[in-house]
Design a protein around this ligand. Sequence first.
Ligand code: GRF
Length: 203
Amino acid sequence: LRIAALASGRGSNLGALIAARDDGRLPVEFVLVGSDKASAGALQIASAAGIPTLALNPRDYADRRDFDLDLFGRIAASGADLLVLAGFMRIVDAEAIAPWAGRAINVHPSLLPKYRGLHTHRRCLEAGDAEHGASVHFVTAELDGGPVIAQARIAVHPDDTEQTLAERLLIEEHRLLPATVMAIANGRLTWEGAPVFDGAPVE
Ligand code: GRF
């Protein structure tokens, strides 16, 4: 399975995927890591792992659609079978993402459909939720709105802050995302307009 990934920040989820590949847990090849931020830690992680990188600046384009069509066109040209959004902090144009239906996944730090978008840890605390979690879902044009594949749950502690919640949840994300990619690589998870599992679900 050939993987391309997009990330805007630190890149710890990308790092978890690369580590799983290095451990022999993930039979994949990384063909490209792209970002909308030249300074993204994810690009450094990719370079250090010998993966081709691509940084495109949205300001160099007339509008979102132009940027996305170029970015997703280059991802297609990389030969990727699967596109992983790992902390890619942009809304994606519907036309650009359409060819990737069922072949693009995203990791989001909430128990979707709760808390799409930003500040999920804060919103979970403000709501007084007893539990929080992370979701991996197929990407559609709707922000954090595509069909959910797998979720991981953590209990919210009385003394939790945004930061402690984020830290504990990240550990789960680093497990959940490679597990999902593994299920796709093994052919246990496919897409028929919705996620279809051959055997047990990912989580
Ligand atoms: C993760 O919490 C991810 O779910 C969210 O942004 C964070 C990215 O972290 N979308 P990293 O860049 O993978 O370290």
